[in-house]
Design a binder for this molecule. Structure first.
Ligand code: ADP
Ligand code: ADP
Ligand code: MG
Length: 454
């Protein structure tokens, strides 16, 4: 019998998943909001079902609609992609109660790891260093203030269910704590339906280094080394690379072991990512675990040769991991630039609209994951990611050179994008030396703006 899988997502990741399913000889069912009628994933899937109006809550986040589409088309499994329903344990329970496989971890692991305050506790219990902060979510402003006083300012105030860089704020003094706290709580409530916050020390000039893991249903857990995602705007990643130009082999080794330990401790299954901050001294701290495929997964695929989405699907269908830890031998260097419909010089505001023309880069070692095409209208309702440009080369410098050429030959007409901005980063001396932390873009923006003003 041919397996049939519903893709509960849109954009580039839906296209990515459809490709993997087709290569595995499986049938594909796309779901789409009315605003996505002309989207590429709708055209590429074997079947496509409209699940509602443009707003995510009326379509991609509507659990009943998504599940009905899967039942009506006789699907055996659902791949959630990232964002939307990918980290929603209630959805997993609903899917499984209909006898359909969820391509991701068990609901219980998502409950544990998807809640950031709970994940901190689990990491601590597994002997993994966490950022100093509250034991749990804080009850109110007063409790938050007390904790901040003990750990010292600046502190991060973070939503326990936050994601995509939202629901995180910095409080630099006791004076501003209350306002920041209340604002973040409101933002968390409206974005994630959960107002609960925790408090954490602000790590100065950190690197964001995360470990990809794979775990099957038979107790095997492996890690696929790290991705450096320190290039961020507003706490959201913009460019990722592997290996990290910053960490030592000793730190690399310790991070891998820590990530596997955490996955085992929570009996994790499927693909997942354990995120850490590494301070300038090389000390590392767990920040969160993402219980899904990640946007930047392709760079790991390029250096390891392992197709992460196919592994996810195989694992969900009960297959054992065919790769052993000792067989994971990353080779070369990979960089990903997120190409967004946004205006970097204007606060990165989204720039939806019609793409009148587009020319894609290509060639040896160049990969493009995207859903755009000439004439495609970028809807204003979803996130601004248009494409992921990934390059692979034997060394970091060759990868940078390859990325420059690819960016030069990537033309999108009709809307503003961050292509030129990424091109400028590829020429920045600090980036070229691999000397950058999560504050790079804020500093770089001033530089670029000053040049523009001259
Ligand atoms: P990644 O974590 O894979 O590196 P992002 O942080 O950019 O990438 O998140 C990917 C997508 O998932 C974005 O559209 C983001 O808004 C969404 N997302 C991530 N976490 C959450 C969450 N907890 N709730 C809702 N959406 C989320
Ligand atoms: P999200 O769920 O939105 O991905 P994370 O907890 O992973 O949230 O944090 C996103 C980014 O915010 C990190 O990569 C880092 O740049 C910044 N950040 C988070 N916590 C801290 C901290 N305690 N100190 C300094 N920066 C932090
Ligand atoms: Mg994160």
């Amino acid at each position: 019998m041919k397996h049939k899988v519903l893709i509960a997502n849109r954009g580039e990741i839906a296209v990515r998943i459809i490709r993997a399913l087709k290569e595995l000889g499986m049938e594909t069912v796309a779901v789409y909001a009315k605003a996505d009628h002309d989207s590429l994933h709708v055209k590429l899937a074997d079947q496509a079902i409209c699940i509602g109006e443009a707003a995510s809550k009326d379509s991609y986040l509507n659990m009943n609609q998504v599940l009905s589409a899967a039942v009506a088309t006789g699907c055996h499994a659902i791949h959630p992609g990232y964002g939307f329903l990918s980290e929603n344990p209630d959805f997993v329970d609903m899917v499984e109660s209909c006898g359909i496989k969820f391509i991701g971890p068990k609901a219980s692991s998502i409950k544990l790891a998807g809640d950031k305050a709970m994940a901190r506790k689990a990491a601590k219990k597994a002997n993994i260093p966490i950022v100093e902060g509250s034991e749990d979510t804080v009850r109110d402003v007063e409790e938050g203030l007390k904790i901040a006083k003990v750990i010292g300012y600046p502190v991060m105030i973070k939503a326990t269910s936050g994601g995509g860089g939202r629901g995180i704020s910095i409080a630099r003094s006791a004076k501003e704590f209350k306002d920041v706290y209340n604002r973040t709580s409101l933002e968390a409530e409206s974005n994630f339906g959960n107002p609960f916050l925790y408090v954490e020390k602000f790590i100065e000039a950190p690197r964001h280094v995360e470990i990809q893991i794979l775990a099957d249903q038979h107790g095997h857990v492996i890690h696929l080394y790290e991705r450096d995602c320190s290039m961020q705007r507003r706490n959201q990643k913009m460019l990722e690379e592997t290996p990290s130009p910053f960490i030592s082999d000793a730190v690399r080794h310790k991070l891998g072991l820590a990530a596997v330990r955490l996955a085992k401790a929570i009996q994790y299954e499927n693909a997942g990512t354990v995120e850490f901050l590494v301070d300038p001294k090389g000390d590392f701290y767990f920040i969160e675990m993402n219980t899904r495929i990640q946007v930047e997964h392709p760079i790991t695929e390029m250096v390891t040769g392992i197709d992460l989405v196919k592994e996810q699907i195989r694992i969900a269908f009960g297959k054992e991991l065919t790769i052993k830890q000792r067989d994971v031998k990353p080779k070369g260097h990979a960089i990903e630039c997120r190409i967004n419909a946004e205006d970097p010089l204007n606060g990165f505001i989204p720039t939806p609209g019609k793409i009148t023309n587009v020319l894609f880069p290509g060639g040896f070692g160049v990969r493009l994951d995207t859903h755009i095409y000439p004439g495609y209208e970028v809807p204003p309702y979803y996130d601004s990611l248009l494409a992921k440009l990934i390059v692979y080369a034997p060394t970091r410098l060759e990868a940078i050179r390859r990325m420059r050429v690819a960016l030069e030959q990537f033309i999108i007409e009709g809307i503003k994008t961050n292509i030129e901005y990424q091109y400028l980063i590829m020429h920045n001396p600090d980036f070229i030396k691999g000397q950058y932390d999560t504050g790079f873009i804020e500093r770089f923006n001033h530089l670029v703006k000053d040049v523009e003003d001259e």
